[in-house]
Ligand binder design. Structure first.
Ligand code: GDP
Length: 192
């Protein structure tokens, strides 16, 4: 189901997990890799990559939610929170949301827009984890170093580094880990 209005998102109460990040971070590739489908999520540059909230139902059990990339929304001091309104509304209103995964490209140093987005998530009390994407593009040592740098930057603002995952959509890294983590959370929710 695709929407730009949170009020029209699925009405049932299945737990959902949102994926969000800057355009080009590798979100569509990651979703396709997780689901082992070629074109479930539309990859960059494809026409029709519209600004919608996309709900994919997984095993009749949970929703994977593909949110629009926020790359084109400019965030500055004077215009804080210019992430598109329907995205912020989604986060503020969606009771079923268990957790958001904020995707960041593992090659880049911490980017202001991502840090500000995570700060906004924190202020809004929306739980999130981080996914470092495109791990195959870096050598292991350089990758570890980058994650260290990212952690240090996060610790300037946060008490602890959020849980994070490292993925590669071309190699499939992180798939099992991420999916079993989600299954585990779903199981905990069922028991609570
Ligand atoms: P989106 O805009 O966040 O949905 O990003 P896409 O999934 O369309 O990916 C942007 C570009 O990065 C595309 O050229 C992808 O092929 C490439 N890409 C995405 N994930 C990976 C990855 O894990 N490894 C490599 N090597 N390239 C990737």
């Amino acid at each position: 189901m695709s929407n730009s209005d949170v009020a029209k998102c699925p009405k049932n109460s299945l737990p959902e997990y949102a994926f969000i990040g800057r355009s080009n971070v590798g979100k569509s590739s990651l979703i396709n890799m997780l689901m082992q489908r070629k074109n479930l999520a539309k990859t960059s540059g494809r026409p029709g990559k519209t600004q919608l909230i996309n709900h994919f139902i997984i095993n009749k059990n949970w929703y994977l939610v593909d949110l629009p990339g926020y790359g084109y929304a400019r965030v500055s001091k004077s215009t804080k929170k210019v992430f598109q309104k329907f995205i912020t509304q989604y986060f503020e209103k969606r009771q079923q949301l268990v957790l958001a995964f904020v995707l960041v490209d593992c090659r880049h140093e911490p980017q202001k827009i991502d840090l500000e987005f995570m700060e906004w998530m924190g202020e809004s009390q929306i739980p999130f984890n981080i996914i470092f994407t495109k791990a195959d593009k870096m050598k292991p040592n350089a990758l570890s170093k980058n994650i260290e740098v990212y952690t240090e930057k996060m610790l300037e603002t946060w008490e602890e580094m959020p849980t994070y995952f490292v993925t590669s959509s071309s190699k499939g890294n992180g798939r099992e880990e991420l999916l079993s983590y989600i299954d585990h959370l779903n199981e905990q929710l069922r028991q609570s």
